[in-house]
Design a binder for this molecule. Sequence first.
Ligand SMILES: Nc1ncnc2c1ncn2[C@@H]1O[C@H](COP(=O)(O)OP(=O)(O)O)[C@@H](O)[C@H]1O
Ligand SMILES: [Mg+2]
Length: 275
Amino acid sequence: MNPAATSTEPIERGTVRVRDLRIETAGTDAAVLVDGVSLDVGAGEAVGIVGESGSGKSLTLRAVLGLLPSGVRRVGGEVAVGGRTAMVFQDPLTALDPLETVGAQIAAASRANQPDAGSGWGSRRSPRAIAAREHALELMRTVHLPDPEVRYDWYPHQLSGGQRQRVVIAIALATRPDVLLCDEPTTALDVTVQKQILALLDELRAQRGLTLVFVSHNLAVVSELCSRIVVMRLGRVVEFGETGQVVARPQHSYTRALLDAVLVVPSVAADGGAA
Ligand SMILES: Nc1ncnc2c1ncn2[C@@H]1O[C@H](COP(=O)(O)OP(=O)(O)O)[C@@H](O)[C@H]1O
Ligand SMILES: [Mg+2]
């Protein structure tokens, strides 16, 4: 399932283990982009990776997904995942097909993950198509999209930003993942909607035992959802610990700077936040 997993040790379903991950640019002048990153996530746990832009968060997450972008390669370390992974990206508009209804997109993700996908695609009334539609509607309810029967036939542009991100999460859930990887999934949303999406992710974790690895440049967002936090800077882990510990007693000046950066946000948001 996960091409980056090289460990032969068995790993418990829903857990993630990263050891000494090292990623470089693929060219001859190989630059180190991720250096010695280790990470353990237990089943049903939410762990956050936080750091400024360019610190290596997305590459680390892509390595867990087993799909590094072109131009970079994993040159060291080990990545092991128990079970299936799915990814939720920052921008739901680019993740969705603008010309297809959201219901059809969720149903397609569901059908693609059936064991005998590929046959019987023709008829909309085939048993498989009906099952995929039912599964899509169930997923739309799971992510709390209002009136799923109606919204099934809507196109992405007809939904709000928060609703679009719920559709993206439903598509990720259609693959029945054990581990959900979230790359800045709320960064494009305003503060109120951001909190609703965080609440949804926390609900999925608490009620379905979904494991979350959540990446954000915003320490406040990460600390709202995650019980443990990894702080990355320039491709390395500079701090790691329980969320309460990291927020109350940051050990690294960089973590303190990240904290200071978000502590000024609420007053700014209160002035300018358009819900
Ligand atoms: N496909 C790529 N090819 C070359 N360099 C990349 C690629 N993707 C990311 N990088 C570089 O790797 C570093 C870490 O990137 P990334 O993991 O995306 O950071 P973050 O998600 O923390 O903002 C950055 O310096 C970025 O420019
Ligand atoms: Mg990123």
